[in-house]
Design a protein around this ligand. Structure first.
Ligand code: GRF
Length: 227
């Protein structure tokens, strides 16, 4: 994401980002804030929701970011929805596609198009608790710690490979809601970090391994521990 300038110096240009949402868009907001405050070298070119009337669309509008709805209910099957979604994404010519609470399972064909340039955030310490209801499942299992993971998207649902995890302790009397609140605070820290690394070209996916500053990361990715 650099282009030559007339005096032969490389002028950084911001990483073009499209954000996919299905809901409140609090993670989207952290990226908008990071861009606006000059903390993230990104340009959010578009926001796409698969649901009408979600709050994340208002956040995009308030930030003057173009948004579109590609409603999965308008399509007969996953393949046709994913084709329409890809069409919409590609209009923005993104360097990076960010799934931020996007609650649709994506087909292999779709995922392969964006291999190495699509990130997701999942509220568990992957590979534990892929899928839904992660907070309750961690509590029910008697786990002492839980957390959230940012990972590259591959064909395996919530499969990693991991870029960064934040570890959050489970405390006595935690409910799924109380735990989710503490986990989400961490989401808002680690997702901008991962996006910043990608935008600064410090992060790559190679043969199912995450390479950070030219070195492979451990399987769990970077880890942040909270007490
Ligand atoms: C987050 O908790 C994320 O981990 C999960 O969906 C939620 C999205 O929240 N995948 P928001 O729409 O970003 O507020």
């Amino acid at each position: 994401m650099t282009q030559p300038s007339s005096n032969n110096h490389q002028t950084p240009i911001p990483c073009r980002v499209v954000v996919l949402i299905s809901g409140s868009g609090s993670n989207l907001q952290t990226l908008i804030d990071g861009q606006q405050q000059g903390m993230l070298p990104i340009s959010i070119e578009g926001v796409i929701s698969n649901k009408l009337d979600v709050y994340g669309l208002q956040r995009a509008e308030q930030a003057h970011i173009p948004s579109q709805v590609v409603n999965h209910r308008d399509y007969d099957d996953r393949e046709s929805f994913d084709a329409a979604l890809a069409n919409t994404i590609n209009q923005y010519q993104p360097d990076l596609v960010v799934l931020a609470g996007f609650m649709r399972i994506l087909t292999g064909d779709f995922v392969r198009q964006y291999q190495g340039r699509m990130l997701n955030i999942h509220p568990s310490l992957l590979p534990k608790y892929q899928g839904l209801h992660t907070h309750q499942r961690a509590i029910d299992a008697g786990d002492t710690q839980h957390g959230v993971t940012v990972h590259f998207v591959t064909e395996e649902l919530d499969g990693g490979p991991n870029v960064i995890q934040a570890v959050v302790p489970i405390i006595s009397n935690d409910t799924a809601d109380s735990l989710a609140t503490r986990v989400q605070t961490q989401e808002h820290i680690i997702y901008p970090m991962a996006v910043k690394w990608f935008a600064a070209q410090r992060l790559q996916l190679k043969d199912h391994h995450v390479i950070f500053d030219d070195e492979p990361l451990p399987t769990h990715g970077h880890q942040i521990h909270n007490n």
